[in-house]
Ligand binder design. Structure first.
Ligand SMILES: *Cc1c(COP(=O)(O)O)cnc(C)c1O
Length: 366
């Protein structure tokens, strides 16, 4: 039923590439995109790389009404030899399928999607910026396209991968951020869709983010949706606390997104012999450890920033300042090591990095 052919239709109208120093996040897109469709009779089919262009989707498409959609986010990097690298792409594709499962979207063939992604990256490799800290952001997404206003899983879908060259996240060196604990709004609840990468989670987080921005904070720290007691995530990052000689991160509980960076941080720390504890942690416990002088470092983890040190955390009337508001030693070490591996500058002891080479390319047409 499934058709694994990948056809390539090259553009004739190449776009101008932005300068490395003008790159923002997610505003410029490359010449080509990958698309694949799903129907009940054909399964996932008609995979192709085509010139980047607006999608033609029926206004009755279910995604516009009930939000049945999932997405992913990862990056391609250039190593010192100028070869494109991907960082643990299988993890993102596997997570895409877990998100699919939660959102009643039919699973995709993971090997085929990785092959298609590599081919797209190979074709667009000139778009991977070279300057320090820059990369090509990869955004796969699946939307429900059946034109139907009934509330049910769609019978048609479109999978799209678009690419966007992005600038360095830290332009003047890695920099701590200021965070507010969110007491009113919640991001997700157990049993909900918090563990899936789905647009609805982001739609429901905007309000809290807006209020926090007005108060001068860059993100919010999310507490669990039931008791508003347990620490879950920070903005759209996972979160870590160095408390004494231990690093604590909230355990995956169904409402926390299972970050690829999170899992890499845990693996690296364990490799270095640092004690990592995945467990519940309440905001009260954190404050108590803080007042006892035990909280040495706090940082977030995610594909965009890699590691984002948290210099200040405000909770009700309490202000917690970590490591004098400076980037901690561990955060810096993790950042340097992870980015070193991602850009192929450091040894890759866990085989996290995949090179994109020409022989990935096949079935070229047009
Ligand atoms: C994507 C995401 C993360 C980070 O995941 P990575 O795989 O490390 O990029 C964390 N939290 C939320 C809510 C996310 O959507």
């Amino acid at each position: 039923m499934e058709n694994r052919t990948l056809r390539v239709f090259k553009t004739t109208d190449y776009r101008e590439k932005p300068n490395s120093d003008e790159l923002a996040f997610g505003r410029t897109f490359t010449d080509h995109m990958f698309v694949m469709d799903y129907s009940e009779s054909e399964g996932w089919h008609d995979a192709k790389i085509v010139p980047y262009e607006p999608l033609k989707v029926d206004p009755a498409a279910m995604v516009f009404h009930y939000g049945q959609s999932v997405f992913e986010g990862l990056k391609a990097y250039l190593n010192p030899q100028g070869e494109p690298l991907l960082f643990r792409p299988q993890k993102n594709i596997a997570r895409l399928n877990r998100s699919n499962e939660r959102l009643c979207i039919p699973p995709i063939d993971e090997d085929f999607l990785l092959h298609a992604l590599k081919q797209l990256i190979h074709i667009e490799k000139e778009w991977i910026p070279e300057a320090d800290g820059t990369s090509l952001y990869i955004r796969p997404m699946i939307i429900s396209t059946e034109p139907f206003l009934g509330v049910a899983p769609s019978k048609q879908y479109k999978l799209v991968i678009i690419l966007s060259p992005v600038g360095a996240y830290y332009k003047e060196g890695i920099n701590p951020i200021k965070i507010a604990v969110e007491n009113e709004y919640v991001r997700a609840v157990r049993g909900g869709t918090g563990e899936a990468k789905t647009g609805g989670n982001y739609a429901s987080s905007l309000k809290a983010q807006e209020v926090a921005s007005k108060g001068g904070y860059s993100q919010v720290l999310w507490l669990d949706g039931v008791e508003k007691k347990y620490i879950e995530e920070v903005g759209s990052m996972n979160v870590f606390f160095k408390i004494g000689d231990e690093v604590v991160t909230p355990q995956l509980n169904g409402s926390i997104l299972s970050g690829v960076t999170r899992s890499s941080v845990i693996q690296l720390l364990e490799h270095w012999g640092v004690n990592v504890r995945e467990s519940k942690l309440t905001i009260e416990e954190l404050y108590e450890e803080y007042t006892n002088g035990n909280v040495e470092e706090v940082f977030g983890s995610g594909t965009a920033a890699v590691i984002s040190p948290i210099g200040q955390l405000d909770w009700n009337n309490h202000q917690m300042v970590f490591n004098n508001g400076k980037t901690g030693k561990l955060a810096k070490e993790l950042y340097d090591t992870l980015t070193g591996i991602q850009y192929g500058r450091l040894a890759d002891p866990f085989n996290w990095v995949e090179k994109v080479t020409a022989h990935n390319e096949m079935h070229k047409v047009g």
